[in-house]
Write a protein that binds this ligand. Structure first.
Ligand SMILES: [Ca+2]
Length: 260
């Protein structure tokens, strides 16, 4: 089986530009203030976008100038999502430091070919995890078990394009590589990577946590004008032999997008 290594796109860093040069009132940095949602292409401010911290059940909206404040405390890494009709669901993993500076979030207009598979926060695993796990502070949802499965339609004209499964954000992966990248604090164990199946074939392993991960769907596997199926199976702790300890992970914003 061909192993496809998915690296975190640097996209997140292009999409968040810290407008930190302009100090806030009095030069005092106040957490969660001075953020903005803009159109990624035109930079025009976007009003009425919903900004959510799903783990906290926190929601707020951008004002007529696209501005919003996060009136909630961010401690550990957590997923923040932005949604607005006509735009692709957007999410980024933020932490205390990122939240402390003004964030400019560029969101993209949705494409008519986009297929939104799921925009809910999903928790895969068994609710048994170490506090040192990557982003463990973020786990609040009950796990739906070790695998996520969903069917969706793909039209015949998608065959004219490259199609990608896009995962908006994913946290909690405790692979060896995630440990090497210091995405978690676990010293003495690691897990196998989550696996992605498309129409019954494994198409990827996800080694790292991150935002906007894109997995190419092999064209030959696409079933045009029929239901297609995606399965995401979380990994297992490779150092726990007494029982199966699934790696507890969370992800948000699954979609199919065309691209290059
Ligand atoms: Ca577990």
């Amino acid at each position: 089986m061909k192993r496809i290594l998915i690296l975190i796109g640097m996209l997140i860093f292009t999409q968040i530009s810290h407008a930190g040069a302009a100090p806030l009132t009095g030069g005092v940095s106040e957490v969660g203030l001075g953020n903005k949602v803009v159109d990624a292409k035109t930079n025009a401010p976007i009003s009425g976008a919903q900004i959510a911290i799903p783990k906290q059940g926190y929601k707020t909206y951008s004002d007529t100038n696209g501005n919003f404040n996060l009136n909630t405390e961010i401690t550990d890494d957590t997923i923040m999502s932005v949604s607005k009709e006509g735009y692709r669901p957007f999410s980024i993993t933020i932490d205390k430091n990122i939240a402390a500076r003004p964030m400019v979030l560029g969101i993209q207009k949705s494409d008519t070919m986009d297929v939104v598979i799921d925009s809910d926060m999903l928790h895969l695993g068994d609710d048994n995890f170490s506090k040192d796990s990557a982003n463990s502070g973020d786990f609040k949802l009950k796990s739906t078990g070790p695998a996520y499965r969903k069917t969706f339609m793909m039209t015949a004209n998608t065959l004219a394009y490259n199609n990608f499964l896009v995962i908006g954000s994913i946290i909690g992966i405790d692979t060896k590589m995630a440990r090497q990248m210091r995405q978690n604090q676990i010293r003495n164990s690691y897990a196998s990577p989550p696996e992605v199946y498309f129409n019954g074939r494994k198409i990827a392993e996800i080694q790292l946590n991150g935002d906007n991960q894109r997995i190419k769907l092999p064209r030959a596997l696409i079933r045009p004008d029929q239901l297609n199926e995606i399965i995401i199976q979380t990994g297992v702790n490779l150092f726990q032999r007494a029982y199966i300890d699934y790696d507890d992970i969370e992800l948000i914003n699954l979609s199919i997008q065309t691209g290059n």
